[in-house]
Ligand binder design. Structure first.
Ligand code: RAM
Length: 919
């Protein structure tokens, strides 16, 4: 029973045996989280946020108080000996993000905690225990040296298409005493794999999360108590390039940032049973070689593995490494050392190909049936020196071969050289590909479908939502969005996973991230990204279009950099987490002031834009044939409208952060901007804005900039554009699509939004599906545009579609940060008879499943503990609504609020309800 995990397990087990331990008065506490993580190791937040979920058998559950105990050992915690913190009974309804306010925790300390609550329905017993540990908080906590080799090897290539072999490191230790605990802290750049005594530590892949390594680097912490043993041990690592030694070297150095050769710093902190400690650390007594099986690894170009170069036993004790080199002391990574507080990438799913097809002698095409991101795991038997080549693409040529032009110069080629064993199984370590099809050449004999598996690799975020409707187009688009979103989560949100780009472009995520949060728990990923953005800010305030700024685009515009504000707002609204707003407020303010100073003219027009309504669709599919997407139409209307919108956000943030003096300033400037905007862009006679594009009109509508009394007329212009000019279609690009579905719905035309959502003709999401898409395309006309800029897996054109699915079709909308209050107001549209969705909020599971059948409306919902919901039920009067088959007025806990536009509105507390009414 050495390790902490086992201790926790025992505690859990006893608590199940004596279930009164955690259950009282039918109030249950579950999902204890520290900084929104379950039992995190090695965090570097001094006052972590503690959260839990409440549930109970009775409706209307609300917390009225809590008590938290935090102890330095699990034994102390179970004896209620809170040597770190006893909060005492706190009268508070707060159950999400309660700040730890106990003893100051030092590096590597462990903390065990539990909570009990008082509620409107009684009191709970103590929860099950939860755990966190502190990381290495100070630079001086790190001992040992950075090791590596700051040069290439003779077989490496450092030109544009760089090839660098992986570097292998090892060191043996004889530990003399009995170990009670061991924690490993590793910074392995760009990417590492870590082994003790031959066992891989952790199930992460492609770790650590990428950053601008000159600003900050991420360390990972592992409990390795069960891996190390008294006596002989071997510690081994492999380093890949990742973004550290970046994919294109000696090429456009003004644009592409690279950092150096792979390197690492590792500390394993060991505690013995006699009370002494020891730190195993990297130094130049470690051995290394780059002459191992991974001959090259390049995120764009692929991995080459020569199994003949394998070094059997090298990860274990006793291997003869006398021919290896001594690791050298190298320049330390420049950036600050920070704990990685977002999820690791993992193999999240393994899928089977749907077909394999020989298109010419020795050339097979494997179809995964899905545009996926990850790699192939392959089984093969053949002679030593046989070479199997795998190449990847998203689509096929008419001839049946791979269409690779849209990958530009990314070679996406994995090569495996056989050693000639009975059976060889291989998958790469330091690359990933975006693909549906795989070309296999050089395979000895005939490859069978069973020889290949698709490994789906992305940030292992918890799923938050599920969603289905009676409409098959919507269901398929949702599925495509799901695959596209997760595939582009790579420790940062990238634009695409396949071509020679894969950059974290800001603009693509401004609203998409909000929609994504309904499907994935993306709070920690995006919190990390906000830090990346902050680090990328120039001293003068400028924020780039890509962050981390691996590609240097400080083009100055409102729409891409402003994503910084919109993501912080999203995290607050969806997860109730105010920290990003607090942390980033000064940098946001600085950026806005910088933009205003440089680019706002005397008429309050923000004159600088870079991309316009990026990738707006060509009028017809024919018009777009062969066209390149890389055309920019900068628009002062867009930059000025966004300026106004950001001033609203900043005003809100100023209020939240107590920067009261700023509120007025933002307000005053906003009203001038609005006036300037209308003076310049509003065409009163035509009831339209700017060039009268759909986007030009949508922005002032959604941002509430239209002069009093004119809103309806402008809205009419909008619906006319869609219905008459566009024949029921959208005509928006990255910018306009973000506001389209909600604008239509909020102004009473959900039917038109529905038409757009279910269209299968160009341009539409359904058109993509109709043309074989299994993800979301970069371009509305992806099937006819030029290949140079044409990815089949980009998420930016989702706009506000996913938000609309959940908030408007399912009726699950956050009305108070973190869904503390939920607005459940589904729209009803002819032709849509059923919607079912769940959303796992920070308070618990929200469900909304409704159906229209023979003029009867039935709706099952569930509302989590400690929250309330406002439910909008279609009915001629409040008397027409039933719950559980009974008149609603005999049901406890349901409060009638008012009638509004054919809906009876009730407020309900936590619990499950089934409503019916006559339509
Ligand atoms: C492309 C990217 C991205 C977009 C920029 C402007 O290079 O794919 O999606 O944000 O252009």
């Amino acid at each position: 029973m050495r390790s902490r995990v086992k201790v926790l397990f025992i505690l859990l087990f006893t608590s199940i045996l004596f279930s009164s331990f955690k259950k009282g008065e039918n109030i249950y506490i579950s999902d204890l989280q520290t900084e929104m993580m379950v039992h995190p190791e090695g965090i570097d937040v001094l006052n972590p946020a503690l959260s839990w979920k409440l549930s109970g058998t009775e409706r209307g559950l609300k917390q009225t108080g809590y008590q938290i105990l935090v102890a330095s050992s699990v034994e102390k915690l179970s004896a209620d000996e809170a040597d770190l913190w006893d909060s005492g009974k706190v009268n508070s309804s707060k159950s999400v993000s309660v700040k730890y306010k106990g003893q100051r925790l030092e590096s590597r300390e462990n903390a065990y905690w539990k909570v009990k609550v008082w509620t409107t329905n009684g009191k709970s017993s103590w929860s099950e225990p939860a755990y966190w540990s502190m990381g290495q908080l100070h630079y001086n906590d790190w001992s040992g040296r950075w090791i590596g080799m700051d040069r290439a090897f003779p077989w490496d290539r450092e030109e544009k298409f760089s090839r660098l072999s992986a570097r292998y490191f090892r060191k043996e230790y004889d530990l003399k005493k009995n170990i009670i605990s061991a924690k490993a802290y590793i910074i392995g750049l760009g990417l590492y794999e870590f082994y003790i005594n031959g066992n891989k530590i952790g199930d992460q892949v492609l770790a650590p999360a990428p950053t601008d390594y000159s600003k900050n680097v991420k360390y990972n912490t592992f409990d390795v108590t069960d891996e190390l043993r008294q006596g002989e041990n071997a510690v081994a690592t492999i380093l890949g390039n990742g973004r550290y030694y970046t994919m294109r070297q000696s090429y456009k150095p003004y644009k592409i940032k690279t950092f150096g050769y792979p390197k690492m710093l590792l500390n394993i902190f060991v505690e013995y049973d006699d009370g002494t400690t020891e730190t195993l650390r990297t130094d130049n007594s470690w051995k290394m070689t780059a002459d191992g099986p991974i001959r090259t690894n390049n995120e764009y170009d692929g991995e080459e593995y020569d199994a003949r170069k394998e070094m059997p036993g090298w990860k274990k004790y006793g291997y003869d490494d006398s021919k290896w080199l001594n690791a050298e002391y190298v320049q330390e990574a420049e950036g600050l050392f920070e704990a990685q507080m977002n999820e690791h990438m993992k193999i999240v799913e393994t899928i089977k190909p749907v077909s394999i097809n020989e298109i010419k002698p020795d050339t097979y095409i494997l179809d995964m049936g899905q545009n996926m991101v990850g790699w192939i795991r392959m089984k093969v038997k053949g002679n030593k020196g046989d070479q199997v080549t795998l190449r990847f693409s998203e689509v096929l040529e008419k001839s049946g071969g791979l269409a690779m032009e849209n990958l530009r110069d990314a070679k996406v080629t994995d090569i495996y050289t056989l050693k000639g064993a009975e059976e060889e199984i291989w998958e790469p370590s330091f690359v990933y590909h975006g693909f549906r099809y795989v070309e296999i050449t050089g395979y000895p004999d005939k490859p069978e479908i069973e020889d290949f598996q698709g490994r789906v690799v992305n940030d292992a975020l918890e799923r938050t939502g599920s969603f289905e409707t009676s409409n098959p187009v919507i269901n398929q688009v949702y599925k495509n969005a799901f695959w596209g979103i997760r595939g582009n989560y790579k420790g940062m949100p990238v634009d695409c996973p396949q071509r020679n780009e894969r950059q974290p472009w800001l603009g693509d995520r401004s609203t998409s991230a909000y929609g994504e949060s309904f499907i994935f728990d993306n709070e920690k990923l995006y919190s990390k990204w906000l830090n990346d953005i902050q680090y990328s800010q120039k001293a003068d305030g400028s924020i780039p279009d890509v962050a981390p700024a691996y590609w240097r685009y400080y083009s100055d515009n409102m729409t891409w950099p402003g994503t910084y504000l919109m993501i912080a707002d999203m995290i607050y609204r969806q997860f109730g987490n105010v920290k990003p707003i607090e942390k980033h407020y000064p940098s946001m303010k600085k950026w806005l002031a910088y933009m205003e100073q440089l680019y706002m003219n005397e008429n309050y027009i923000l004159t600088k834009d870079s991309y316009g309504d990026w990738v707006a669709p060509p009028q017809t599919i024919e018009e777009g044939r062969g066209m390149t997407a890389n055309v920019k139409h900068p628009s002062e209307l867009i930059s000025t409208a966004y300026h106004y919108y950001y001033l609203q956000l900043m005003k809100k943030f100023a209020g939240i952060t107590g920067n009261d003096a700023d509120i007025k300033e933002y307000e005053q400037l906003a009203s001038k901007v609005k006036e300037g905007f209308n003076n310049k862009f509003y065409n009163v006679k035509e009831d339209s804005y700017g060039k009268n594009t759909l986007t030009d009109n949508l922005l002032p509508l959604y941002f509430k900039m239209i002069p009093e009394g004119n809103k309806e007329a402008v809205f009419k212009t909008i619906t006319n554009i869609i219905e008459k000019r566009n024949d029921g279609h959208l005509s928006t690009g990255l910018i306009g699509t973000q506001w389209l579905m909600r604008s239509l719905t909020e102004n009473g035309r959900a039917d038109l939004a529905y038409q757009i959502a279910t269209n299968t003709t160009y341009p539409s999401w359904g058109y993509m599906v109709e043309n074989g898409a299994t993800t979301i395309w970069e371009l509305w006309n992806g099937n006819t545009a030029a290949p140079s800029m044409n990815s089949y897996n980009h998420v930016m054109l989702l706009g506000d579609l996913i938000i609309w699915y959940y908030e408007n079709l399912a009726g699950i909308k956050s009305a108070q940060p973190g869904f503390r209050k939920i607005e459940m107001n589904p729209v009803f549209i002819d032709g849509l008879d059923h919607v079912g969705a769940t959303y796992e909020s920070v308070y618990g599971t929200i469900n909304s499943t409704w159906e229209k059948n023979n003029k009867i409306f039935s709706w099952n919902i569930s509302v989590p503990g400690n929250t309330t919901a406002l439910v909008y039920i279609p009915a001629a009067s409040k008397q027409g609504v039933k719950e559980g088959g009974e008149s609603i007025f005999s049901v406890k806990g349901i409060k009638f609020m008012r009638m509004e536009s054919g809906r009876a509105i009730f407020e309900v507390g936590s619990g499950k309800y089934s409503f019916t009414s006559n339509l």
